[in-house]
Design a binder for this molecule. Sequence first.
Ligand SMILES: Cc1ncc(COP(=O)(O)O)c(C=O)c1O
Length: 553
Amino acid sequence: MSHARLRNAAIAGGWSSRTSAAAVKRPTRDGGSGALVARGVGTTAADRRAVGRPVSRSPMLLRPLIPCRGMAVAGSGKVLTGDNVFENLRKMEYAVRGPLLLRALEIEKELQKGVKKPFKEVIKANVGDAHAMGQQPITFLRQVLTLTVSPNLLDDPSYPEDAKERAKTVLHGCKGGSVGSYSESAGIECIRKHVAQYIQERDGIPCDYRNIILSNGASDGIKSFLKLFNEKINGKPSGVLIPIPQYPLYSATLAEFGLTQIGYYLNEENKWSLDLDELERALNECKGKCNPRVLVVINPGNPTGQVLTRSNIENIIRFAHKNHLFLLADEVYQDNIYDKDSAFHSVKKVMTEMGEPYSKMELASFMSISKGYMGECGIRGGYSEIINMDPAAMAVLLKSISAMLCPTVLGQVVMDVVVNPPRPNEPSYQQFQKEKAQTLRSLAERSQLVVDTLNSIPGFRANPAMGAMYVFPRFQLPQKAVEAAKAKGQEPDIFYAFKLLEATGICVIAGSGFGQKPGTYHFRTTILPQKEKIKTMLESLKQFHVKFLEEYS
Ligand SMILES: Cc1ncc(COP(=O)(O)O)c(C=O)c1O
């Protein structure tokens, strides 16, 4: 078992917290026969020699005679082990990069070594990483980025003037005129102002740049925000309402911070909409166990791809107001709307237009450079807009992010271009608009293609392609397959996803990683492989499913 695999087994919660055995044989999450997992005792000769050796003669270090959880114990050469590392992190799971992906990476290596498989390549439809799947970057965006990294190119006539002007403005805002310097913790002021202008133009509602915080991708901003709720009130932890299925950043973050997850099911029968009755049910169920304080709305949705209607959002806002909840609007897919009858409505706009008391509600909304037409996942840029927050709480948030110095400046540069793209009178306008439209059109086509093809497979049902970058089809599994999965100690959809991977090289994520109603089975596939590849992928998925049904019927 590789180090990465071991590490992931731990992340996936695959290790017990018992402290007795130095090495245990446990089944892996992928249903493998089990692996020798060394815990506590090092495996190298040096490690073995170190076992039992006194670390120091210092009386301070030798004083604790009774070994307790959280300290190096006799028989262990390590201070930090799988058993005493932060428990919340041990429990946390993140399916998108879980055991299925690890196996996919192993298969890729096997293919490179010439191992014969019924397929030639692994198709990673597990993660929303557009560039990894062949999407080309937007030219203007990379030009500005290049110019800020290498200002000597500002004299190069091959770069357009509008890119140079953007780069100069950002460099002017950078300390020492270099993107290599730390910025203010909330981000470079001129970029925060551009973000505010963008939001103002988008919603037609004023936006104060002091409410904008730039971050290392939306994930970083969301985590910094949720951390604020890591406070027990009357001995009870804070509860956070999250959609099920959900993007696992939420379940992982709540597990890490020890916040209580209150799952509300999205209505699959009605295009994954958000039902008020279900929100009420979820809230009632957690009464007495925690203090519900936050309601998370992901719109457009991941993994479900739904785009919420305006009236749906209004109802959510009313519910949050009635129950005194802070709204967290994850709007990273705001550019990814494919359904001609749907539109993106920001929670801020709807809330403000509803007037008081709703317009005074606390809201944190998030945006990213990783999604949309940009797909710049690796550069790590995002922003949050936080409104109506108690100034004292905002001060704590700003203090807490200041301890991390600043978000990556290159991520901030890309965000600047996203919120301040070429204007109609500028030289790069035409090309920028063309590339953006092409990318979004292609995503819309692929989304439709995936939905249509999946719906043509017996036993599959996918909701219409509305937005985001995923399709989350429901499929039926024969009882025999469910029993075979149980015999392996796996969830049936995980069993299915592993079989699919081994037979076709297609890597999707089983629905249980996102949450689903008991007894239903789903997987999440991205729509990101390029058109020809997605066609091949769907064809082999179809063939696999038919064979699977034959085998287990
Ligand atoms: C709904 C949702 N929110 C947040 C993120 C995090 O994005 P980022 O790359 O900006 O951290 C993702 C990434 O897939 C997402 O799907």
